[in-house]
Design a protein around this ligand. Structure first.
Ligand code: BGC
Length: 719
């Protein structure tokens, strides 16, 4: 009896021991609530381990907790696909053979689709490829506002309107994060130019900050629940954006309740104390410490501002422990949401499926700017059977445009050029002349060759615009002017002299001055279209796809018409390191409308091969209803846009502001009823004195149209 008792107790003890050894800690239990996992992990970590979470350990890698089996975070640019694999601690390509990707159209093109569903699919596609490539953080989307057409990075952003950017970035982020990959929305905030981007101090009114520059970030946080955000390079009211108390601590983490991690832009941290106190969580890209005389090969990742110095400051009481606990908590949250989220899917590189998304986005994003008649009919859509020969002219017809642009550069698994796509469709009818060179080499002979061929061509597809070289649509420098580069104006003019049948395809993320616009019968704004660029252009030109893209920014006639360029260098690019946003809330069409300035093509504008009519616009209480009908001969999509203007305001308000839109697909003769609810949010402005949003009683005008300048009806709303 006694022996049996001892045996039982022994067995029980062994059993308990075994359970204790196999029960996994809570932080590893992916079914446990994330906050409990974080508490558990934090309770096991040393101070040094917490500190190590807060800075990079490689160019695109930040630390986990190796002792506890918590992996670090791999990040990648962003935003148009997963970037080349990079070397450990320099900007060089690692030259792997498996780092190709789908190149999605540039974000400006996505914005031009005005199609939120496509934004989700875009994000999901990027997320799938990121997951497959073991990236936990995708550095994008960029939602800085298009303040000037000179900004070298506008192609990575979503245009000039805060509402449109908000609506488009939310589904993009949700798509990426649906794959267990974090979006890192960037660059927070006021990084609206590349000139002096790391030094410029932006002074902006509170109203412009709240009404124009913050809404897309706020939507990313409060609507999409973005898991990480990147501080910008510039200073804001005197302090660098990567450790700016007001924007990071008060607005982002305070007002908006952001619970994710703030990453610095690469080498965007500059001050140890500010980095510790002002809301930076993961310091990336620091490569020198000018304050300590450390640079070059002497620099180790532990020398980061949030490295060993931070640790010493925590140990000697300079910094309260709460600072590191909060940062570590946020980084762990990011890791548990991504690398350790317990998902059993591993993403994919389904290039075919992703190509289909690329194609759809391109088909809905290309904007038909002009389609005038030559002879009896417009050139577009092009009926190839009518033409004996098709001459393609232009350097962009063959250039791989996913390369270049700096951090958004991609190594596309394929990128179909316009020339290739046209040759595939129209075979030997197609001839090519480069026309211009980006190196200004042989300009005369290239032009002469193109003009000679143009004389006898039945129709010409001109494929030019900007490209991704420095000084064009490319990070780290702004354009020097708004013109067409590489002698293209002279070339276009010479071509038009000998043959007016020219379809111009402009690849660009920015508006371009077009002195020959009146003579150019057909113009397509075709952005950077990614992997299937050539096919997308061919779809649109041939009429297989009916264009439905709408400009996400205004096309000014000349640079000096723009708000940011109307106040001299103090407003752009800044004087003595400071730049004052003097145009205030009047950015883009808000400026052109309010100042009654002509534009070449307005915000929200884009033609179609069919026609639409908006009618029966009625306001019943706060409910706006209307009818939209396809009155033309082919199937197409229209974007119905609703703008609101405050007729009598105590502050200067833009004449009108976009508050709702809806893209609808209609067959010829088909119509659809739409309804929109006008909310207080649609009417309010940011009251600087009260430091809050306010609706002022009075009369408002609701404008309904197909662009900011093509207004089908106005109705009045009394509040
Ligand atoms: C850019 C960021 C980018 C980062 C990493 C920086 O220079 O401003 O947008 O994500 O580099 O490549």
């Amino acid at each position: 009896m006694k022996r049996k008792g001892i045996l039982t107790s022994l067995l029980l003890a062994v059993g308990l021991l075994a359970t204790a050894q196999t029960a996994s800690p809570i932080y590893l239990d992916t079914s446990a609530p994330i906050e409990s996992r974080i508490d558990d992990a934090l309770s096991r970590m040393t101070l040094a381990e917490k500190v190590r979470l807060c800075h990079a350990q490689g160019k695109f890698y930040s630390n986990g907790v190796p002792r506890l089996g918590i992996p670090g975070l791999w990040s990648s640019d962003g935003p148009h696909g997963v970037r080349f694999e990079m070397l450990w601690s320099t900007w060089g390509h690692a030259n792997w053979e498996i780092d190709s990707c789908t190149a999605f159209p540039s974000l400006t093109c996505l914005a031009a689709t005005w199609n939120e569903d496509l934004a989700y699919q875009y994000g999901k596609g990027v997320g799938e490829e990121a997951r497959y490539r073991n990236k936990q953080v995708m550095l994008g989307p960029g939602v800085n506002i298009y303040r000037t057409p000179l900004n070298g990075r506008n192609f990575e952003y979503m245009g000039e309107d805060p509402y449109l950017s908000s609506r488009m970035c939310v589904p993009y982020i949700k798509g990426v994060q649906s794959q267990g990959v974090a979006s890192c929305v960037k660059h927070f905030c006021l990084n609206n130019q590349e000139t002096n981007r790391t030094g410029v101090n932006v002074e902006v009114s509170e109203r412009a900050l709240r009404e124009i520059y913050l809404p897309a970030f706020r939507a990313a946080v409060t609507e999409a629940g973005v898991w990480s955000i990147m501080g910008a390079y510039n200073k804001i009211r005197g302090t660098h954006a990567c450790h700016n108390h007001y924007t990071l601590q008060e607005i982002l983490k305070g007002e908006w309740g952001f619970d994710g991690a703030v990453l610095s832009d690469w080498d965007g941290a500059h001050n140890a104390r500010e980095a510790a106190f002002n809301g930076l969580d993961i310091e990336m890209g620091t490569s020198s410490r000018p304050d300590k005389g450390i640079s070059g090969r002497q620099f180790r990742f532990d020398d980061s501002y949030l490295g060993l110095d931070f640790q010493a400051g925590l140990q000697d009481g300079t910094y309260p422990m709460e600072l590191v606990n909060d940062k570590a908590r946020r980084v762990l949250r990011l890791i548990f949401r991504t690398a350790m989220n317990g998902r059993t899917t591993f993403g994919n590189q389904d290039f075919e499926a992703h190509s289909r998304i690329v194609r759809q986005i391109g088909n809905e994003g290309v904007v038909l700017l002009q389609n005038n008649k030559v002879g009896k009919s417009p050139l577009l859509p092009m009926d190839a059977s009518q033409y004996e020969s098709i001459l393609i002219v232009g350097d962009n017809a063959t250039r791989v445009l996913s390369h270049g642009g700096q951090s958004s550069e991609l190594n596309p698994q394929h990128e179909t050029s316009v020339l290739k796509a046209f040759k595939e469709r129209y075979g030997s009818k197609v001839d090519y002349a480069q026309g211009y060179s980006i190196n200004a080499q042989q300009a005369e002979s290239l032009r002469a060759e193109a003009v000679e061929k143009a004389r006898n061509a039945s129709i010409i597809i001109y494929v030019g615009g900007l490209n991704k070289e420095e000084g064009q649509d490319c990070e780290s420098r702004d354009r020097k002017d708004m013109g067409l580069p590489f002698g293209q104006n002279e070339l276009l003019s010479a071509l038009l002299d000998v043959n007016p049948r020219i379809i111009t395809v402009l690849m660009s993320g920015n508006a371009i001055e077009l002195p020959e616009v009146k003579r150019m019968p057909a113009i397509l704004h075709a952005w950077y279209l990614g992997s299937d660029a050539g096919d997308i252009v061919a779809d649109i030109v041939s009429g297989e796809a009916c264009p439905s893209g709408k400009l996400p920014f205004s096309y000014p006639i000349r640079l000096s018409d723009c708000g940011a360029h109307s106040f001299g260098p103090e407003a752009y690019p800044g004087v003595n390191g400071t730049e004052v946003y003097k145009e205030d809330v009047l950015v883009g069409y808000r400026w052109f409308d309010t100042k009654k300035l002509q534009v070449l093509f307005p915000f929200g504008y884009g033609l179609s091969y069919t026609t639409f009519r908006i009618s029966n616009v009625k306001l019943n209480g706060r409910t706006l209803t209307l009818n939209v009908e396809n009155t033309g001969t082919c199937e197409g999509k229209e974007v119905v846009q609703v703008y609101v203007g405050d007729d009598e305001a105590s502050v200067l308000r833009p004449m009108k502001e976009l508050k709702h839109f809806k893209k609808v697909g209609l067959k010829p003769g088909e119509s659809q009823q739409l309804s929109f609810d006008i909310s207080d949010q649609d009417l309010q402005f940011y009251d600087e004195a009260a430091r809050s949003w306010r609706v002022e009683p009075g009369t408002f005008t609701i404008y309904v149209g197909s662009s900011s300048r093509d207004i089908a009806a106005k109705v009045k709303l009394k509040v």
